[in-house]
Design a protein around this ligand. Structure first.
Ligand SMILES: Cc1cc2nc3c(=O)[nH]c(=O)nc-3n(C[C@H](O)[C@H](O)[C@H](O)COP(=O)(O)OP(=O)(O)OC[C@H]3O[C@@H](n4cnc5c(N)ncnc54)[C@H](O)[C@@H]3O)c2cc1C
Length: 265
């Protein structure tokens, strides 16, 4: 048996996001919310592990009440129950405060976990820090950029492949562990109508700050030692060299430039 906790975030669909040209702030109004794509991969992996080894999958999210929709989607994919951490005290959290909140909930509600799965990154704030910080707070190992997972529950170990810049690492590590998963690991399933109907009976527990307990100074804005000073589009790139015409001379000239710039030998 492998008990998993999958951390999922409801994010704005960034394809629909626009920057206000005057204030340079992100315009969130009217932007649809979706389940973070890496987290959908995390749920799929947890369900595949459950199908092979048994166990229970809890999905966990910190967010506003409407994040229930993302959690429900996870239930339709095969998760067993869901917890939504929702309170004004959790708002305006940076990644440290977010990780504190999620780690505290895991300790309080699912301390029997073998595996915690996070996405590599959330497509909105995109720091890729939250999973690593949860692992630190729970004092367990973590592996990020995971593209393949093989569980050996009897031996209390996992073998993962992680993709780094120009090679793939194979890592063997003990359970419990936190894995940061990324695209290419699996192809998430679409929920069947039967699962959608069945999921209406599954629990989505909503937890506020009083129920969660802990140190009030470590939640939300109060618990956030970092803040966003400014948001602005990157400066436009300087123009490159454009050579037109497909003649032997232009190609020779281009190759010469690339060699001079040491881009080719
Ligand atoms: C300096 C700073 C200030 C910020 N201030 C604010 C603010 O004022 N208001 C505000 O709304 N946001 C704020 N944010 C954004 C907020 O901190 C992030 O949404 C949150 O901490 C997660 O970081 P991320 O989106 O980079 O996730 P990543 O670290 O990229 O996410 C990796 C994975 O962690 C898990 N995860 C991340 N967030 C959650 C979550 N909420 N619930 C469950 N799992 C999760 C998911 O599995 C996800 O795939 C701020 C961020 C920074 C860096």
């Amino acid at each position: 048996m492998v008990n998993s906790v999958v951390c999922v975030k409801q994010v704005p669909d960034v394809a629909e996001l626009r920057i206000d040209p005057m204030t340079h702030n992100v315009i969130r109004e009217g932007v649809p919310s979706i389940l973070n794509p890496d987290d959908r991969i995390g749920i799929e992996e947890a369900v595949r592990i459950k199908e092979k080894h048994g166990g229970r999958i809890t999905v966990l999210s910190m967010g506003p009440p409407q994040a229930k929709a993302a959690l429900f989607e996870c239930l339709t994919m095969g998760a067993d129950n869901a917890i939504l951490l929702s309170d004004r005290a959790f708002a305006a959290a940076d990644t440290l405060a977010t990780a504190y909140t999620l780690a505290r909930a895991i300790k309080k509600y699912r301390n029997d976990f073998d595996l915690i799965i996070c996405g590599r990154r959330a497509i909105d704030a995109e720091t890729g820090q939250t999973g690593i910080q949860i692992a630190e707070q729970l004092d367990i190992p973590h592996v990020a950029y995971v593209k393949n997972v093989e569980l050996f529950p009897e031996q209390r170990k996992v073998v993962v492949k992680r993709e780094v810049e120009d090679h793939i690492e194979t890592i063997e590590a003990p359970l419990p562990i936190l894995l940061g998963v990324m695209e290419g690991l699996n192809k998430p399933r679409l929920a069947t109508l039967r699962e959608i109907i069945r999921s209406k009976n599954k629990e989505i527990k909503v937890v506020n700050v009083v129920e969660l307990g802990g140190d009030l100074n470590l939640y939300g804005l109060k618990g956030s030692p970092t803040w966003v000073a400014k948001v602005y589009p990157p400066p436009p790139k300087a123009g490159g060299i454009i050579k037109s015409g497909g003649t032997r001379e232009t190609v020779t000239e281009l190759v010469k430039i690339l060699v001079e710039k040491k881009l080719i030998n």
